[in-house]
Design a protein around this ligand. Structure first.
Ligand code: NDP
Length: 341
């Protein structure tokens, strides 16, 4: 049983205006809203951790995409984990921990069919938003399936100190990569990649042209590029990839806040002679790998073979700041917001 009384009012984030370029706190408002009591088949969840993720920036634009845009003046949503505080659904008890899609708020009422029970004894609850959740599956499927990684490959990953990137590099190492190279945006992050995550080489993309730094870090070229960034990183990778190299196009965070059309990669024609494969991915296409992913990554975490970091921002009132901070690179590992219990 939960010691929390069933709430009648909770706070939720709304998008009040669409950002042009970088989002600012003025684009968001935290408002009080009545908490709906669960109907038949529904549960009421007290959120414990909210996820902020780069893809949410795209949802702030009024454009058709693979996820619908946030509606102005309506509650925002996204990944969250929390505890059931009232249940009208078979199989869900008060106190159960669940993962669901109604984040950016303190309390969520939803159909139990849209929630997945998770085990907080197996791993800290917040891990289900990261290493054991959507970013983890992105890294696992993006490297092993989309890029068709094989032992002996040299792998380069951008955004390497982030949630997805830090896992990509470590999975590559654990699966027998010849060399793992990462790029990130600060000296501390670069040190973390080598000392904390076991990368063979790393560089700060702000220190100089990516192509020059990548060529130095990969004298024999690269076989796989896991792209979280786009732009100059993708262009540099195309130049550095060996024949039959493979690229996972996972994200292009360097351009999420651009207001003008991006230039390049200007060297795409090199993909012809090198017979490169560039494949876009969406994590939701790879749910069939979920059991294998949880077993393997969960095992590495348990055995201490894989290091997983989180940047935790406390308080629902700081969610918008946490999101903006994520785009700016304030995080090492997964950015999550912890709510007061
Ligand atoms: P991260 O934890 O990696 O956080 C974002 C990071 O991006 C920041 O920490 C920052 O680190 C880096 N960054 C910001 N601006 C730039 C820039 N101009 N150039 C280079 N790096 C920059 O986020 P996630 O791990 O959640 O996501 C990583 C990528 O994967 C994103 O592009 C995201 O959209 C994508 N993604 C795609 C999915 C799919 O299904 N296709 C699913 C999940 C994620 P730094 O300090 O190093 O700059």
């Amino acid at each position: 049983m939960s010691e929390h009384a069933t709430p009648t009012v909770g706070r939720e984030w709304q998008l009040t205006s669409r950002p042009s370029g970088w989002p600012t706190p003025e684009n968001f408002a935290l408002v009080e809203a009545p908490v709906r009591q669960p109907g038949p088949g529904e549960i009421l969840v007290r959120n414990a951790y909210l996820s902020v993720d780069p893809y949410m920036r795209g949802r702030m634009n009024d454009v058709k995409s693979y996820v619908p845009p946030f509606q102005l003046g309506k509650a925002m949503d996204g990944g969250a984990v929390g505890y059931v505080v009232a249940s009208e659904a078979e199989g869900f008890q008060v106190g159960d921990a669940v993962l669901h899609g109604l984040g950016w708020r303190e309390y969520a009422t939803l159909g139990a069919a849209h929630a997945v029970k998770v085990d907080p004894e197996l791993a800290p609850l917040s891990y289900y938003l990261g290493a054991l959740g959507m970013p983890g599956l992105t890294a696992y499927a993006g490297l092993l399936e989309v890029a068709a990684f094989k032992e002996g490959d040299t792998v380069f990953v951008s955004g390497a100190a982030g949630a997805v990137g830090s896992l990509v590099g470590q999975i590559a190492r654990l699966k027998g990569a010849a060399r793992v190279i990462g790029s990130a945006g600060s000296a501390e992050k670069v040190a973390k990649l080598v000392d904390g995550y076991g990368f063979d080489a790393a560089f700060n993309y702000k220190d100089g042209p990516v192509r020059e730094q990548l060529e130095k870090a990969a004298p024999e070229g690269i076989d796989v590029y896991f792209d979280n960034v786009g732009g100059d990183h993708l262009e540099a990778a195309i130049s550095t990839l060996n024949a039959h190299g493979r690229v996972t196009l996972c994200g292009a965070i360097a351009q999420y806040n651009d207001t003008t059309a991006p230039v390049g990669p200007r060297n795409l024609a090199m993909a012809i002679g090198k017979r490169l494969q560039l494949r876009g991915m969406l994590v939701n296409d790879h749910t069939e790998l979920q059991p294998q992913f949880v077993a393997e990554v969960g095992g590495w975490l348990r055995d201490g073979k894989l290091t997983y970091d989180e940047t935790v921002v406390d308080g629902v009132e700081h969610t918008a700041e946490a999101f903006i901070g994520l785009l700016r690179g304030d995080n090492t590992g997964k950015m999550v917001v912890r709510l007061a219990s």
